[in-house]
Design a protein around this ligand. Sequence first.
Ligand SMILES: [Zn+2]
Length: 140
Amino acid sequence: MPIKLDNIDIALLELLIQDGRKSFNQLAREIKTSAPTVKARYDRLVSAGLIRAVSVDLDVGKLEAKTGKRLEHLRGNVVKRHNVKIGKGMIINLSCDYCKGQVSGKPHILKFGTLERFFCCTSCKSLYEEKYRSRINSLK
Ligand SMILES: [Zn+2]
C-alpha cells in the first residue's frame, strides 16, 4: 500500500499552505503533536515528492513601481494557489527513486538520516543502496 494521508499529514499540509514560515515547534503546538513527529511527517512528505517547495506568497501591491515590471512577471509564474481539497486517506502516488517507474504496491523504503527513499521492488532498493552506498553511510 502506498503512503496514505492521515489527520496529522493533512493538518500539517493545510498549515503549511496557509503559512510556510511556521517552525516545527509552532506547527506541533497547533496540530497538538510533538515537534519530532511534525519533522518526520514533513520529511516523509518531501521524500514522497508531495511537498515540492514551501513557497512565498508576496503582496506585490506593497512594492514600489520601480520593481513592478519584474514582479509582474513573477506573479504570473510563481504565485499559484492550491485548489485541491486535501482529505484523509488520500494516497500519494510514488515513483521509484531508482527506476522512476510508478510504485504500485507497498513501497520498499530505505531510510538514512532524515531521508526516506521509495522503491518499486527489492532489486531497485539494493541497486540504489549499492550506487549511493558512501553517501548513505555518511548520513546514517
Ligand atoms: Zn524501481
